[in-house]
Design a protein around this ligand. Sequence first.
Ligand code: BES
Ligand code: ZN
Length: 631
Amino acid sequence: MKISLISKLPLFLAAGVLSFACQPKKESAPEAPMTPAPAKATDIHSNADPQEARVKHLHWKAAVDFEQQVIRATATWEIEAAADADLITFDTKGLTIEKVQTDNDTTAEYRLSEPDAILGQALAVLIQPTTKTVTIHYRTNPGAEALQWLSPQQTAGKKHPFLFTQSQAILARSWVPCQDSPGIRFTYDAEVTVPPALLALMSASNPETRNKTGVYTFEMKQPIPSYLLALAVGDVSFKSISPRSGIYAEPSVVGKAAWEFADLEKMIAGAEELYGPYQWERYDVLVLPPSFPFGGMENPRLTFATPTILSGDRSLTSLIAHELAHSWSGNLVTNATWNDFWLNEGFTVYFETRIMEKLYGRDYAEMLASLNLQDLKSEIQSLSDDGHPADTKLKLNLASRNPDDGVTAIAYNKGYFFLRTIEEMNGREKFDRFVKDYFTQNAFKVMTTEAFIPFIRDYYQKQYNITLNDTLFEEWIYGEGLPNSCSQPKSIRFDAVDAAMTKWKEGQKIEALTKPWTTHEWLHFINHLPDSLTPSQLKDVDALGHFTASGNAEILAAWGVIAIHNQYTPAYAKIEDFLIHTGRRKFLMPIYTEFIKTAEGKAQAQAIYAKARPNYHFVAVNSLDKLLGPP
Ligand code: BES
Ligand code: ZN
């Protein structure tokens, strides 16, 4: 054993660490557009070498300790190794590794590489080609980046603590040693022990009620990538919506949430009618406390969602359609690397919009699409202004960067408009058949951008005798900005808002015109307010739309930016309260960004941030520290 270790890892004993293992893997030369798909995509954000040895199944046994804010666990991985394999490599970040075993109780040799700020540490374990299992005994660190430990005060009920994970993009490695690459799938089962007053849930088969022992078991039978590993522990109850769907949330929230998402079953059925059967058996939604850093996260079988979509009027449910759509785009057909992120999100926004159109009609969906286009245009502008025009390409290059840098409106909205443009070129019927077959033929597989291009071209050629030309892919995927071929949404309801806006600018009273407006019309209105507003105009629009008093987080966040830009101080107390109690990064970033444009605003922002920071998840803190400087 030692001999093979030394010959395999000459640097290893000398340096005491696997000093090579965390060097970014050599990247293949940048793909020339239109080259055939590579046999295998290299994931620059993982240390795993799945060609040598890869994981197939995880048995996870864990105990959640709220006092110490650590998880103590053993991860037993069933693996498959190549005929000449002598190492298996996992990703870890901040984990304390206690012991590693292979197969039946032998102590295995392993080493951790030096930490890399983004990638963490490689854990290399010496194996035989015949090794079947690797067991890692470990504990997490109180600062584990995926985990947020909430005090009772940070929950709705104020009585019990709460824990949730956020693994996407590369944070799973901070709570489970894993091959943390979207291209590597595995099944899992788990046994998790939590304080008996709390319920544990995972991205797997889930309990509906608490049990006295505090021990819960889980099973995920379909293979998933590591970024879809998820755990939540808290005082959570369940309300059924349909035989295959329901809502989990804190007891005081679950009723409101079940009302808000009453159409959940219709969404699932609508999605299936569009693009084929739902493959994950149940679809439940867990509404988290407000510090959840995203709107939603498509953890399989159990979407995690922010409570900021509980607007009380069902106007923000497209987010649920989005996370549900990921059950096909992303969870079934998965982006091979984070450079291909648009394949996950662009397809999902497209699918989401189609679900909303099916349930609520074309007018509704066209409002969503118009808002998307507005966001896309301003994202392209700001990425270009900030010196990142290359990040406006669908195909990203995130080498030496955090994949989080790729989470912009480009993947989502440019991805959406690319697909919509193809749809409109040759008709919806053809496009729908393509999308359905794309999901079916690639289910439980990975997709690179370079494999997607020949897939869709061959499909259109063979099925319809239609040649999709090179320029389409060149300009949308490898080109910057918004191509001229972009399809244009047409929203009659927004046309009416535009007409009212013109009247308002002329000083006319428009209150009567705004009577039928819903959330999206108000958002469109706010987005089109003049850049500078006088104090009396600010007062007037606030009286018209009740923005400062709004219980709708989307409206409040959009209005907050306008209010700060124009120093409309009557809104400041509400904005501060919102920033302290909401952890959703999408809302935080624009508001803080607007604040810091003036010296006075910057001081205000820093004072608020000092109070709010303890309430935010690492994902939000990481972005905000860069913006505002750590406290
Ligand atoms: N998968 C994403 C969230 C994500 C992306 C987390 C990348 C970490 C890295 C999720 O599906 C998502 O897109 N959420 C959006 C909502 C959506 C309606 C655009 C969000 O959180 O705002
Ligand atoms: Zn998404």
